[in-house]
Design a protein around this ligand. Structure first.
Ligand SMILES: [Mn+2]
Length: 366
């Protein structure tokens, strides 16, 4: 019988820093006559064992995808953002949703589907794990009974992440979460530029008498001065509205660039992103991506779907078009797994989060 230990050793020789996150490979099937692997060799990320700087997920060439604890991209889990350049973090709430619930299960399923992701971006030749120290730092301990308390908990958690000098890559969760996240981001960086990809503007003032919800986060951000409004772009907006000129407040009063879905139909968004880089560059930028920006044919697992949305190709053009910007945080929100039994919405979200990591400052490209 082929030795599992030999397999691991061979893998280590072929893939530098392979054993990082190897908690995934520790399990030995019942009846298998292998001796258990030495504890120290498999339970501690090799970054700390080897002195190497980076975490690298185990390759599916040597460690089966379905094995192990479901961290984002099969990266090591760590308790805090200390020492990290970027961190995946979940915010599992849907108490801010207005229609279909379920986004509280988003982070969990995005992590599960992310097991398919590999180490490099084949399309752009990005090598994030040769450039950044990244880990999964788990979820914010939210209060599913109290949205305002949840916002406070999110703000406090992200203050710590920002204090550690780490870029958060957030797995949502409904869109309410971007408001307390941006409070913490702006506390550190001052008013930030924003690229907001969404079917909806999310700038309502009050909904059902409430100021906090997934339709209001960017209104609250504007009121609190968290955004540098001339450096805000909203892409993919569409659908029926509460008035005929639904985006006037955004455009005329705040100076946002609003790019409705109609202006995106049937074309590459690469030229648009060249314009938007000019508009939002020159300072820190936050990227907030609501999965409902995509057409529900591609991403049905979401709370407020709108027909005639963006394609996954356009989503990649937008995210890859952010390369060169000083991104200080990114989120991917509104994945509601119960509305997509195929898992494809979460799989798409996992890929988009991976692509966000690939365009962070200092990522190496071959
Ligand atoms: Mn939204």
């Amino acid at each position: 019988m082929f030795s599992f230990v030999k397999l691991l050793n061979r893998a280590s020789a072929r893939t530098r820093d392979f054993s990082a996150g190897l908690t995934a490979s520790r399990h030995v099937a019942p009846g298998c006559d292998e001796a258990p692997l030495p504890r120290s060799a498999v339970q501690v990320p090799s970054r700390r064992l080897s002195g190497s700087r980076y975490n690298v997920p185990p390759s599916a060439e040597f460690v089966a995808r379905p094995s192990g604890i479901a961290t984002m991209c099969k990266l090591p889990f760590q308790q805090s953002a200390e020492g990290l350049d970027a961190a995946f973090i979940g915010v599992p709430i849907d108490t801010g949703t207005s229609n279909r619930p379920g986004a509280r299960f988003g982070p969990r399923q995005i992590r599960a589907e992310s097991a398919l992701l590999r180490q490099y971006c084949g399309g752009t030749r990005a090598a994030p794990y040769e450039s950044l120290v990244v880990a999964d730092i788990g979820d914010v301990n939210v209060n599913v009974y109290d949205l305002k308390d949840t916002c406070k908990r999110i703000r406090e958690a992200y203050r710590e992440i920002m204090a550690a000098g780490c870029v958060p890559l957030t797995l949502g969760g409904d869109h309410t979460i971007s408001y307390p996240i941006l409070q913490a981001v702006a506390e550190k960086h001052g008013p930030v530029g924003l690229i907001h990809v969404d079917a909806h503007a999310d700038t309502s003032d009050v909904v059902l008498g409430e100021k906090i919800g997934h339709g209001t986060p960017f209104r609250r951000c504007v009121e609190e001065g968290l955004l540098d409004c001339g450096r805000v772009a909203q892409i993919g907006l569409r659908g029926s509205a509460y008035s005929a000129d639904a985006y006037r407040w955004n455009r005329e009063q705040q100076g946002f660039r609003v790019v409705p879905a109609e202006e995106c139909w049937s074309k590459s968004l690469t030229p648009l992103m060249a314009d938007i880089r000019q508009q939002v560059g020159g300072g820190p930028v936050y990227l907030s991506f609501d999965i409902d920006a995509l057409d529900p044919a591609f991403a049905p697992g979401t709370g407020t779907p709108e027909i005639a949305g963006l394609t996954p190709i356009q989503a990649l053009e937008i995210i890859r078009g952010c390369r060169g910007l000083r991104l200080v945080g990114c989120d991917l929100v509104e994945v509601s797994p119960p509305y997509d039994t195929t898992g494809n919405t979460a799989l798409t979200a996992a890929n988009l989060l991976f692509e966000m990591m690939c365009v962070l400052p200092k990522v190496k490209y071959y």
